[in-house]
Design a protein around this ligand. Structure first.
Ligand code: SF4
Ligand code: ZN
Length: 711
């Protein structure tokens, strides 16, 4: 038997059981029964991406199987036939999996496995482009010795690689007590082999969301996944024909398969790699996919990796808690003279963690003193805001908040591993020196565990914060002469350019004007380049000759003109990783905003995923625009159309986050008190624009006095 026979055999097997499963589902539910994966705008993302067609019912699913998938299953022992059959097999897997979700079923509710949402894909945007997630490992099956599977998964996790598990790998990791889930970037897909389709679906949606690949243009799709999605497969023997056929599909998408199977296999350089020594899979895979790692070696007794950023430490698991809401705590960066800083000095004043009773809530502060010839005080806040993510990257440590409102939990497991407060200092030191090496020559950290001292120091720190806030508030688009580009997302959205201004941060929410300025300093030829404001054509729209020229240049001619402040006239493009999206609501002549965290409907009759699918991939879509959360309370938010007074609906959670600043902005711009309360949310209405309008009239929303949109 040849490898081709195995691919064809696996494909035949999948086809036959898909036919049977669909027939059974139709017998039980009828042909008109709706089919789609939940929380996605793409129904069956793989089928949609490859064929350009959307399936809505079981009847259509059956027709698609016969009319689209069957014809892919040619059997002429040619390489192309094997690839096509591999893809056909993968699509069968997608059909089999979607049947589990009929009638709102939750097949994988406990533990969380199966289909991954559009929000999951969008969340990957920034870490993928920054290299914080350098690749995606697809582990299929498990090693003979379970400890080996666990070691492999942990190895990838420590490198920041997103790991997905299918079959025995899940069992092995659970049994070893490993935490699994999106928060730690080791994601179980399902025990059945066909569940591997859920990671393929992520890759396909990345192409649709970020790459502006047109559904149905499968050649462009395969090229995108091959060039830009650094995924690879590690498949433990024995491989069934079913798995071999998925392997052919993976290779067609550009994902190499590394296996220790020897039965009826042959090697295809860079694509199908036999590696009998499974301890070498990590190195072999990274090499096959040309993955460069971005790691900082830090001398602490537990792991440090971006995979742990979303890890949650529960109350019962914590050794001590730093609690800024009850006691005096803060984090601060201060610029000092070189003579005042001793490089790599970490001081802990007060008791260490082993001198404190378990379960205590303590007062703790850390001040990072930096010195450097190119250091600017504007970079202090840029560094400080990174503390949150750095400290979260420590396995077993959770950090929330910022400045003097921080909360840090250190787990019992870390305590037992020998983790000390001084190790927080080690992390801060290593990361500051690593990420800010262009501006920081010397860095030292002072950690104080003493309520009395912290009370005094916190007051002083607050003075620093207040001064910084005053400077930020005084920084408007008019007060500076330079804006910045950001093209970080071009790794996935080749023609997307953000223009970042003091009053308009990047749509991912992660890049403010100060961040862009610092990035330029740290990486002079990097993604953020200054553009001097020149040739103002229209101040209200925010149209400048120099911005047009920059967008033109950095999008390689794909985008010719943009405005900074309009939703309709050449709006800024969206990549795909936007925190929020706004869209025009024609009945009230307002805009609806929703955010990634909100899965529910909006009065536009669309969820976040559906609205988001209207834009992205670096193209302009008048009437829809991705943006950062903080842009909502900016006076420049769709200023050309009247500003934030146009906002008529937002999820409640987003309203609560933005309330303070948005109310202040609205008071200043329109003289309206408590504006946020006038904005409807899901408790007022979800789908009906008439209900929305009634509410707006009732509360006297300012939009009712605005001119209609000039679309
Ligand atoms: Fe991507 Fe724009 Fe954020 Fe830069 S500012 S990382 S281009 S979304
Ligand atoms: Zn992006």
């Amino acid at each position: 038997m040849t490898l081709f026979d195995r691919v064809f055999g696996g494909n035949d097997y999948n086809y036959a059981r898909t036919v049977a499963a669909i027939d059974e589902a139709i017998a039980a539910n009828g042909e008109g029964c709706a089919v789609s994966f939940p929380s996605t705008a793409y129904n069956l993302p793989c089928y949609y991406g490859i064929t350009g067609k959307k399936i809505n019912t079981l009847g259509e699913l059956k027709a698609a199987l016969e009319n689209d998938i069957k014809p892919m299953m040619t059997r002429n022992n040619r390489l192309q036939d094997a690839f096509d059959s591999g893809v056909a097999s993968a699509l069968c897997a997608e059909f089999l999996e979607v049947l589990k979700y009929l009638n709102g079923a939750e097949p994988y509710a406990e533990p969380e496995m199966g289909h991954l949402t559009d929000a999951f894909v969008r969340n990957l945007g920034v870490p993928l482009v920054t290299g914080d997630i350098p690749g995606v490992a697809v582990i299929i099956g498990g090693a003979e010795d379970p400890a080996e599977t666990v070691a492999l998964a942990k190895e990838y996790q420590a490198q920041g690689i997103l790991v997905t598990l299918t079959g025995d790998a899940i069992k092995h990791c659970y049994e070893a007590g490993m935490k699994l889930g999106e928060g730690v970037r080791v994601v179980p897909l399902g025990y059945e082999m066909q569940s591997v389709i859920h990671v393929v679906s992520v890759a396909v949606r990345a192409a649709l969301i970020f790459g502006n690949i047109q559904p149905g243009d499968y050649k462009a799709l395969y090229k995108y996944t091959m060039d830009r999605v650094r995924a690879f497969v590690n498949a433990y023997k024995p491989l069934s024909d079913e798995i071999v056929s998925y392997g052919a599909g993976a290779i067609c998408l550009g994902f190499p398969v590394i296996s220790n199977e020897t039965e009826n296999m042959f090697r295809v350089p860079k694509s199908l790699i036999q590696q009998l020594d499974t301890t070498k899979w990590n190195a072999t895979s990274l090499e096959a996919r040309d993955i460069k790692l971005k790691i900082t070696k830090i001398d602490i007794p537990v792991s440090f990796a971006t995979a742990f950023e979303g890890e949650i430490i529960r109350r019962g698991d914590m050794q001590v808690e730093v609690d800024g809401s009850r006691v005096d705590c803060f984090e601060l960066v201060q610029t000092k003279e070189a003579a005042e800083v001793e490089d790599h000095k970490i001081t802990v004043i007060g008791p260490e963690i082993d001198e404190i009773p378990v379960g205590s809530k303590i007062s703790l502060s850390y001040t990072v003193n930096v010195a450097g010839k190119a250091m600017q005080s504007d970079f202090e806040s840029v560094m400080e805001r990174k503390f949150h993510s750095w400290i979260n990257c420590i396995e077993g440590v959770m950090h929330t908040g910022q400045r003097d409102m921080i909360r840090i939990r250190i787990s019992k497991a870390d305590f037992e591993a020998g983790f000390k407060f001084k190790h927080i200092g080690e992390v801060l030191y290593a990361k500051v020196k690593n990420e800010f090496e262009a501006v920081v020559d010397k860095c030292e950290v002072v950690i104080i565990v003493d309520a009395e001292k912290n009370k005094e120091l916190r007051a002083a720190a607050n003075e620093v914060f207040n001064k910084r806030d005053a400077r930020l508030a005084s920084m408007t688009d008019e007060s500076v002469d330079t804006f910045y580009t950001c093209i970080m997302c071009q790794a996935f959205s080749p023609s997307h350019v953000c223009i970042v201004t003091p009053e308009r941060l990047g749509l991912c929410g992660a890049v403010s004007w100060l961040d862009a300025k610092a990035t330029k300093e740290l990486d002079p030829a990097g993604p953020c380049q200054p553009i001097v404001k020149e040739g103002c054509q229209d101040e209200k729209l925010g149209r400048y000759d120099s911005m047009d020229a920059a967008v033109n240049k950095y999008s390689q001619g794909a985008v010719e003109r943009i405005t900074l402040y309009s939703l309709f006239q050449d709006p800024m493009t969206s990549c795909g990783c936007f925190e929020c999206i706004c869209g025009v609501e024609p009945v009230s002549m307002g805009v609806v905003i929703t955010c990634r965290e909100h899965a529910g409907m909006t009065p536009l009759g669309m969820s976040f995923s559906e609205m988001a699918s209207m834009t992205g991939g670096g193209v302009q879509t008048p009437g829809f625009m991705g943006h950062g959360k903080h842009f909502i309370s900016s006076k420049k938010f769709i200023a050309a159309e009247g500003g934030p007074g146009r906002i008529v609906w937002m999820p409640k959670m987003l309203k609560d986050q933005m309330r303070e600043r948005l109310d202040a902005t609205a008071l200043e711009m329109y003289g309206v008190e408590n504006f946020t309360d006038m904005i409807a949310d899901e408790t007022v209405c979800t789908e009906d624009p008439e209900e929305l309008l009634n509410y707006l009239s009732e509360v006297g929303h300012p939009v009712l006095g605005f001119e209609p949109f000039d679309m």
